[in-house]
Design a protein around this ligand. Sequence first.
Ligand code: ADP
Length: 206
Amino acid sequence: MTNIKATNITWHEGHVGREEREKLLGQKGVLIWMTGLSASGKSTIAYTLEHALVQRGRLAYVLDGDNIRHGLNKNLGFSAEDRTENIRRIGEVGKLYVDAGIITITAFISPYRADRQIARETVGEGSFYEVFCDTPLEVCEERDPKGLYKKARAGEIKGFTGIDDPYEAPEKPELVIDTSKMSPQEATIALVEMLEKAGKISALGE
Ligand code: ADP
């Protein structure tokens, strides 16, 4: 799916650059890439962080796995090839959001290391923060908010990450969060601190 099919296309530079947009917004465009098993807390933390940032006057936006699969990626399933294409598209969309100056948070299982590496390279080192929701499988399975683990164990869903499909943990994530030990609020504080330290936002309240 990554083959280039369009010909006679030219890249157009606009008159307004990323820096100008970032100045306007008072923040740096950044992509916070949440990865981890289903029910590890990616979406919950992503939306909590988005809320906290917007409440403090920062423009943040969540790209959520299930939501994106309703639209942009609705023609993709869960085969290895489709998972790769799912992540490739999100990397490309994320790159546009970051260029727009937005604090972008993605919540996708994104189980394959190589796919996340491609997203990192697409967005660019320094703008990409891989956050590993390292919640034990037993905890995720116990939560099972959508009943998916139960179905996977019963063989009703095939190729479910963590059950009969692999999850390749990040080797050098920028942040690790174990939601069996940290509340969404605590995780949000850790993420905000990470953004502040990296100079992506000034200390909140300023
Ligand atoms: P994912 O996006 O990784 O599939 P979700 O955020 O959709 O995960 O689901 C995580 C579930 O775990 C939610 O039902 C949430 O309420 C629950 N949960 C319990 N404790 C936490 C925590 N500390 N952080 C995040 N989610 C938690």
